[in-house]
Design a protein around this ligand. Structure first.
Ligand code: ZN
Length: 687
């Protein structure tokens, strides 16, 4: 076989994959799949073995071909590879839509589900339920006209969402601040000032030019001593793509947002859901609108007093009344003064080799696994390392690549992705393989890679996703590992494992000064741990404001009244905002998570999964954070089950009860804050 992307016998041969392999491999695999699907759709007596299993195998094959392509596109991007990648996107999308709307297959799954006298196990039943649900949510069962309208609405929605994003981008690019008085730059770091000076020179103007990109915006509102500069940036940032601020009306998203809400509502109604939020919940762990709203209100009620106390304290620290653009600046100073912790000063204590050793030890102690590096495996860059994970008995469970360092042509951020999914089918078996990707500072000539504690938390987070993928025991690819897991529960294993990066015992193990091997001194450990709950109330209320706003606009839309976007935002703020927000703030107009991305009616998921993770970890705190039997139960009930069971049932099996939000509040120290009857507006309400 010439094309390495069609070789399914071994690990991907990364060094052999060329851009010219991409499109031919995908076309060949897709046409093979389409031909096979055509045959499966005509079977007169479909069974699990004759239809579902072969479809699972086809799913596995296309993923096997595509995964290395999309991975390489993200980590060693090039013009040629990007072209091959982009050429395949519409092919894959058409394939997926055709599959999801295939009526013969939909009927076959129904028939299999209702067959009498055929024994299907709970995992098989679950797989079929999932598939039937997804057919339905793709509009398979609609009469022809509605099906057509559904397709059109989905396409229009994609275009509107792209337009929303373009407007935000253009508005962001259009604004800059020309500074001529050096005093106005006080507090900003040298790198940023130098950049601004170069930009001014390029534009042939005196002084400095600051742009509105995110790193600059964050640096200004956190570090700039000039309140005027902070205000200018805050105003430009929070009015992007709106009818207010410096570019008022030029890239206004107001009408686009209205159209997006209208299409989403239409899509939901076509499928007989009362609103878009309820439609989105069809695949989530949360079941009803009331349940989500109740959850968010409960957190708000619990965190309000803490947030108000934090804000009052911050104003006392600043010795003046704070505006929205002052909060980040004074919060940073208060934190530095109180904890005397700086991420940069922590670096020498967290060399990557020491952190990895400690992290693997955590997994080994918890789940009885063994992790060993293996050399000589084909990789896409010399820095990439490969590890195998096995059970205590020696039985191999899976393997993973670690691509740890930032470099050019590699996407920023950190993530875990599936290289190969676990399967045990009649057509053959495969063990799971994962990609763990981070963007840490590379090692120097004389020293190993040194991580900040933020980096350490990120590594634990991604490794948590990795364990979810690698320790799965499910045989069918569509519901193994992270596949088929409710979207508001998928961050449970990752946020769960983060807790270990904050544990004193673990900090002792993963830290070791790169020059002296001395672990992080105990007093510094304690100060670091204490920063975890700094301003937890304020940040909780802010997240709740976003989540409530998102969920309410997707619940309350009606064709008669429209989206009422600003009206609902005002109501939400009245209820949960602690920090005063100026009337002209138009944050929804650049809220890409929900208007352009996948978080529509889903912003609450962040908090939802955080509660699950905190409550699961609380079970470990009760029994001892390395208690083997608790870890075994976590593995059996949640970590190994993939999407093969309901997320809530899985949680209840592990915890013996439903999730309890108090675990999260306790973790952030919110419970410990004595309620103070203080209100920033002087309205005073008892907590
Ligand atoms: Zn994550």
């Amino acid at each position: 076989m010439d094309n390495p992307l069609l070789d399914r016998d071994a690990l991907p041969q990364f060094m052999r994959i060329r851009p010219e392999h991409v499109e031919p491999a995908v076309r060949e695999q897709l046409s093979e799949n389409r031909a096979r699907i055509g045959e499966l759709a005509t079977l007169t007596a479909p069974t699990f073995a004759t239809v579902v299993e072969p479809l699972e195998e086809l799913h596995h094959r296309i993923a096997r071909t595509w995964s290395p392509v999309s991975h390489l596109n993200a980590v060693v991007n090039s013009e040629a590879l990007r072209a091959g990648y982009n050429a395949c996107l519409p092919l894959l999308s058409a394939y997926q839509t055709d599959l999801a709307q295939s009526e013969p297959l939909y009927r076959a799954y129904h028939t299999i589900a209702e067959q009498e006298g055929v024994e299907l196990g709970p995992v098989q039943r679950r797989l079929i339920e999932h598939a039937v649900r997804d057919f339905r949510l793709a509009g398979v069962g609609l009469p022809p006209e509605r099906k057509e309208r559904f397709k059109t609405a989905m396409l229009e929605l994609a275009q509107l969402q792209a337009k929303f994003e373009e407007n935000v981008l253009d508005a962001t690019n259009a604004w800059s601040r020309h500074v001529t008085d050096a005093d106005e730059l006080r507090g900003l770091n040298e790198m940023l000032i130098e950049q601004a000076r170069r930009r001014a020179a390029e534009q042939d103007v005196a002084g400095w030019v600051l742009r509105l990109d995110q790193p600059t915006y964050v640096a200004v509102v956190t570090d700039a001593e000039s309140a005027a500069l902070r205000r200018a940036f805050y105003e430009a940032w929070s009015t992007r793509a709106s009818d207010r601020g410096p570019s008022a009306g030029r890239w206004d998203n107001t009408a686009v947002m209205e159209e997006i809400l209208k299409r989403r509502h239409e899509v939901a109604r076509l499928l007989d859901f009362p609103n878009y939020a309820q439609y989105a919940l069809a695949t989530r762990m949360a079941h009803s609108v009331d349940q989500v709203l109740g959850f968010l209100h409960e957190l708000a009620a619990a965190a309000r007093a803490a947030a108000q106390a934090e804000f009052a304290e911050l104003e006392a620290f600043a010795a003046r009344k704070l505006e929205a653009w002052d909060v980040g600046f004074y919060a940073e100073r208060l934190q530095r003064e109180r904890f005397r912790v700086s991420q940069e000063e922590l670096r020498p204590y967290f060399p990557l080799p020491r952190v990895l050793e400690g992290l693997f030890e955590v997994a080994e102690r918890l789940f009885g696994v063994r992790i060993r590096e293996r050399a000589g495996v084909p990789v896409w860059h010399p820095d990439v390392r490969f590890f195998e994970i096995a059970a205590a008995s020696g039985e191999p469970l899976g393997s993973f690549y670690l691509d740890a360092y930032a470099r050019p042509n590699k996407r920023s951020g950190a993530w875990m992705d599936e290289c190969i999914g676990r399967k045990r089918l009649a057509a053959g078996s495969a063990l799971p393989v994962a990609y763990l990707v981070c963007n840490f500072l590379p090692p120097g000539a004389e020293r190993p890679a040194l991580l900040t504690h933020d980096d350490v938390v990120t590594l634990f987070h991604e490794f948590g996703h990795g364990l979810h993928h690698l320790l799965t025991r499910v045989d069918y690819p569509s519901i193994a590992g992270i596949n088929g897991v409710a979207w508001d529960a998928v961050e449970l294993p990752s946020q769960f494992l983060e807790n270990y990066a904050w544990d004193a015992q673990v900090l002792q193990r993963i830290s070791g000064h790169f020059a002296t091997a001395a672990p992080l001194p105990p007093d510094q450990q304690q100060r670091l741990i204490a920063t975890r709950s700094f301003h937890a109330g304020l940040s909780m209320m802010r997240q709740l404001e976003f989540a409530l706003f998102d969920f309410r606009i997707h619940t309350e839309y009606t064709p008669e009244r429209g989206g009422r976007i600003l009206e609902i935002l005002r109501e939400v703020r009245h209820e949960v905002a602690v920090v005063p927000v100026p009337e002209w703030n138009r944050f929804p107009n650049s809220f890409g998570h929900i208007f352009a991305g996948g978080y529509a009616a889903g912003y609450y998921s962040y908090k939802w999964a955080e509660v699950l993770a905190a409550d699961a970890f609380a079970a470990f705190e009760e029994a001892g954070v390395f208690d083997r039997s608790t870890a075994q139960r976590f593995l059996d009930a949640i970590l190994s089950r993939g999407g093969s069971r309901d997320a809530l049932e899985a949680f209840i099996e592990f915890r013996g009860r439903r999730p309890d939000v108090r675990a999260l509040l306790k973790q952030h120290g919110i419970e410990r804050v004595a309620p103070k009857q203080y209100d920033a507006d002087g309205a005073g309400e008892p907590a």
